[in-house]
Design a protein around this ligand. Structure first.
Ligand code: NAD
Length: 330
């Protein structure tokens, strides 16, 4: 099948080309995102392949459907960037990669918790500059701390498993409690209870209409003073201005983000020679107790191999009229 692969980086190309040896699709790699402006590039491609920050809103979908596209193959698990209602009306099939390596994201979450707690981001720079003082680097034992996991699906559950190994007490909040989490000793509570009792809160639920700005002024008020907040899920789960207020008051003692609501203007690009225009993001960077990575939680060899293989299998299933388990439905 002829596929326009948008938002391609060299690493995407490497893994997709390797996997395509077994599929034989005609892959055309494009660096730009699929959005309204670039939608003409999809003309005459029956399939487009996109990533987390492509903008598949109603206007873009209408244009690509008019120009012959029938399949949208997402190289990611989340599908909040697609107007699914419009896609359905236009007869566009949307497929995704529901799980490529939940371990990659869970392990990155743990990396952020440990780095923030022991201030590795600061210690690294100090030691390189010959500053071997310890003031300001005081951490705490994770053992015995209470961690609240919001969203206990694949990634939340693995994160909980690892934290259990550290001797943490686990609280969970999910619309559908996970029996494996309960078996490992996680206690399910309401969201306000989780927020009030947790020393560390880690977000692992999808971005939906219900979870938009789940972390806001009101929910931050419920939290313990000095709480650690980790978001490796989706940026818009968090109201960034509310979090900045929380950081300024000390209510939030530690913040790590791998995702950011306005990340599409920043992440995945080298902007080191440019003036960053996002003042909210720049304010976040001024706090010593904030650690930001640029949506890299998924970024392991295992995950890229699985993403490439599942994406091409999804496209092959569609091309050959087979049932595909990874179709996204409303
Ligand atoms: P999953 O579907 O296995 O689990 C999500 C869980 O969240 C489910 O148990 C669901 O019931 C629960 N949930 C849904 N709405 C909720 C709400 N409002 N409140 C509480 N819980 C809710 O998904 P997963 O594979 O564990 O992935 C979780 C999220 O991680 C994805 O939605 C995606 O946004 C994010 N993600 C980030 C990266 C990254 O690189 N940073 C990579 C992959 C996935």
């Amino acid at each position: 099948m002829k596929v326009a692969v948008f938002s391609t980086k060299p690493y995407d190309r490497e893994f997709l080309e390797a996997a395509n040896v077994n599929h034989g699709h005609e892959l055309v790699f494009l660096e730009g995102r699929l959005n309204l402006e670039h939608s003409i590039l999809a003309k005459d491609f029956p399939a487009v392949c996109t990533f987390v920050n492509d903008e598949l809103n109603a206007k873009t979908l209408n244009l690509i459907a008019e120009n012959g596209t029938r399949l949208i193959a997402l190289r990611c698990a989340g599908f909040n960037q697609v107007d699914l209602k419009t896609a359905k009306e236009l007869g566009l099939t949307v497929v995704r990669v529901p799980a490529y390596s939940p371990y990659a994201v869970a392990e990155h979450t743990i990396t952020l918790i440990l780095s923030l707690n022991r201030k590795i981001h600061r210690a690294y720079n100090r030691v390189r500059e010959g500053n071997f003082a310890l003031e300001g680097l005081l951490g705490f034992d994770l053992h015995g701390r209470t961690v609240g996991i919001v969203g206990t699906g694949k990634i939340g559950m693995i994160t909980a498993h690892i934290l259990k190994g550290f001797g943490c007490k686990l609280l969970g909040y999910d619309l559908y409690p996970n029996s494996e989490c309960q078996e490992m000793g996680m206690q399910y509570v309401s969201l306000p209870e989780l927020l009030a009792a947790s020393d560390i809160i880690s977000l692992h639920c999808p971005l939906t209409r219900d979870s938009y700005h789940l972390i806001n002024n009101e929910t931050i008020d419920h939290m313990k003073h000095g709480v650690m907040l980790i978001n490796t899920s989706r940026g818009a789960l968090v109201d960034t201005n509310a979090v900045i207020r929380g950081l300024k008051s000390g209510k939030i003692g530690y913040l790590a983000l791998d995702v950011y609501e306005q990340e599409s203007d920043l992440f995945f690009e080298d902007l080191s020679n440019e003036v960053i225009q996002d003042d909210v993001f720049q304010r976040l960077q001024t706090f010593p107790n904030v650690l930001i990575t640029a949506h890299q939680a998924f970024f392991t060899e295992n995950a890229l191999r699985n993403i490439a293989e599942t994406t091409l299998t999804n496209i092959s299933d569609f091309a050959q009229g087979r049932n595909c388990a990874n179709v996204v439905t409303i």
